[in-house]
Design a protein around this ligand. Structure first.
Ligand SMILES: NC(=O)c1ccc[n+]([C@@H]2O[C@H](COP(=O)([O-])OP(=O)(O)OC[C@H]3O[C@@H](n4cnc5c(N)ncnc54)[C@H](O)[C@@H]3O)[C@@H](O)[C@H]2O)c1
Ligand SMILES: O=C(O)C[C@H](O)C(=O)O
Ligand SMILES: [Mg+2]
Length: 541
């Protein structure tokens, strides 16, 4: 009879000691440099992105060094395959394509013995960073990107984010820990699918979920005392409540609320530098009021407060639209977490049409976090472009098929005046006799550096000031060449350099907030600190 442990051994999850292969096992002319080229050719020969994703997962499993070398040399080509948008399909098809475990699955039935399960993770190094998702949705079509209730199939998003920690910030692969919490699913297609790998039950009720999370977080900190936790793609209500419940007790952050807030703040700062308007002239309209929309709106208050306004004044520059239209005081049914942005200067009939809202608000910036494909119509973009000289339009919903508009649409409808960034990548465009590069406003620019800085200074918690520091660090990391091309984000190929720069800002902010536990870093100059951060980055051999 085979035991569960034998099963895992067969699935090769256990780390294999690195030894040169015995003589004769490799062909005489084999060289690792040439093999890198071979791997790229093999990758490019695959017919679809999901096949490329599967190829890359297997490459990571069999030869981690080649996998990360390939990533680092080809960030623009590989990031969309191991991360957004392909990871969306990888999630949808996870139970069909599953080959071997690459992370921990902790289910509601493990309540009472979560510590034991956590100790089963067979890593060589102590886990230092974990991305945790519950693959869960609240209203239909929310969370895991914008794809809905994925239940246990959310695992690839945790794996994808951690691959970017390694590629983008040089976190040691063996210290990363992807975790999917299986609390059941209300996705009937999965429940009916014989291949579905998760619990075949509806989601656990709130009270039980709360107890489960309490035990989970407590055990995580016991088993892995140096661990930083990233909450990913929880449904909106849980995203906010778990963040506020745990953030002062454990080192953790929520990527969708805080990471997205920071990346959009950085993009807005860069875009505003290209606009002729003064900061206090900006009026920001949010389309979508979930964890990301409200998280970003909260973070964008800093755009105004850093320019001398009070929080109250800053709030008056922000308008929010949810699925029921513009949010204002006299409107019924406004969830508590949105109320802080409710307008007290409008009291007419409900305003639901985006074109009417754009006409009324006259936004200089329009942020899409709604999961509503095509919501930024040609008419909406044209109207905005007629009201403001450089409309800032960020359709941030993921994956690509849920984007509020494409780069081509925004460019053409605005006659080239748009300052654009999208959550998922879009190709360059030829328009009006030149080539235009879109920006990608994705939290992937933030979490690697935030994680690296927090880990290196052993932050006991992740403060708002550390998150804000990532945004300023990112906005200041554009090269003169990138600025000349009017890019709002730096090129992805420079992600390691950018992450190191962000990590330094994070460490300094942690020191100022007194949450750093590696106090010897306080003695280093900024230059020495940057050197220290870069030296700590893992590099594939
Ligand atoms: N670019 C990034 O880095 C990034 C980061 C986080 C989230 N996102 C994306 O943002 C999207 C939203 O994420 P979330 O976590 O906030 O999801 P969510 O489900 O919590 O929120 C979606 C919001 O959109 C609103 N909405 C739905 N239909 C609408 C309509 N017709 N008109 C106006 N509003 C409508 C809903 O009311 C809700 O407030 C997802 O697609 C996600 O992938 C992008
Ligand atoms: O996963 C991404 O690409 C960004 C973000 O965390 C999201 O949920 O969409
Ligand atoms: Mg996310």
């Amino acid at each position: 009879m085979t035991s569960a442990a034998d099963g895992i051994q067969k699935l090769k999850l256990e780390p294999q000691p690195k030894q040169p292969p015995a003589e004769g096992l490799l062909p005489p002319a084999f060289s690792r440099d040439i093999h890198l080229q071979r791997a790229l050719l093999q990758l490019r020969s695959k017919a679809s992105d999901i096949e490329k994703y599967i190829y890359l997962s297997q490459l990571k499993d069999t030869d981690e060094d080649i996998f990360y070398k390939l990533c680092l040399a080809n960030m623009n080509e590989i990031t969309p395959l191991i991360y957004t948008p392909t990871v969306g399909d990888a999630c949808l098809q996870y139970s069909r394509n599953f080959r071997r475990p690459e992370g921990l699955f902790i289910s509601i039935r493990d309540k009472g013995r979560i510590g034991t399960i956590l100790r089963n993770w067979p890593a060589i190094d102590e886990a230092r960073i974990s991305v945790v998702t519950d693959g869960k949705s609240f209203p239909p079509r929310s969370r895991i990107l914008g794809l809905g209730d994925l239940g246990l199939n959310g695992m690839p998003i945790a794996i994808g984010k951690l691959s970017l920690y390694v590629a983008g910030a040089g976190i040691r692969p063996s210290s990363t820990l992807p975790i999917t919490l299986d609390l059941g699913t209300n996705n009937q297609t999965f429940l009916n699918d014989p291949l579905y790998l998760g619990l075949r039950q509806e989601r656990a009720p709130e009270g039980e979920y709360d107890e489960f999370m309490e035990e989970f977080m407590t055990e995580m900190s016991r088993v892995y005392p140096k661990l930083l936790v990233q909450f990913e793609d929880f449904s909106t209500n849980h995203a906010f409540s778990f963040l506020s419940r745990f953030r002062h007790r454990f080192p953790l952050f929520n990527d969708d609320i805080q990471g997205t807030g920071a990346v959009v703040l950085a993009g807005l700062v860069s875009a505003a530098r290209l606009s002729p308007l003064q900061p206090h002239e900006h009026r920001i309209l949010f389309y979508g009021a979930g964890s990301a929309g409200i998280g970003v709106a909260n973070q964008l208050l800093s755009f105004f407060t850093l320019n001398g306004m009070t929080k109250e004044e800053a709030r008056s520059h922000i308008w929010i639209v949810d699925s029921k239209g513009l949010i204002y005081d006299d409107r019924d049914h406004v969830a508590e977490y949105k109320k802080v942005f409710s307008r007290n200067d409008y009291s007419g009939p409900p305003m639901t049409d985006l074109l009417d809202i754009v006409e009324y608000v006259r936004p200089t910036a329009l942020m899409g976090l709604s999961t509503v494909k095509g919501a930024f119509t040609e008419a909406v973009i044209r109207r905005m472009a007629s009201q403001t000289p450089r409309p800032i339009i960020f359709p941030l919903s993921n994956p690509s098929q849920l984007s509020e508009c494409t780069f081509s649409e925004a460019l053409r409808a605005s006659g080239g005046s748009v300052l654009f960034a999208s959550g998922s990548p879009f190709p360059e465009e030829n328009f009006a006799g030149r080539t235009w590069e879109p920006g990608q406003g994705n939290n992937m620019y933030i979490f690697p550096g935030l994680g690296l800085g927090s880990i290196l200074c052993r932050a006991s918690s992740v403060t708002d000031s550390m998150v804000e520091a990532t945004a300023i660090g990112l906005a200041n990391s554009l090269s003169s060449d990138e600025r000349a091309l009017e890019l709002v984000y730096p090129r992805l190929q420079r992600i390691r350099e950018i992450s190191a720069h962000i990590a330094v800002r994070v460490i300094r902010a942690a020191q100022a907030a007194d949450v750093d536990r590696s106090s010897e870093l306080r003695k280093l100059s900024d230059e020495e600190l940057l050197g220290f951060v870069q030296e700590k980055m893992w590099t594939p051999q």
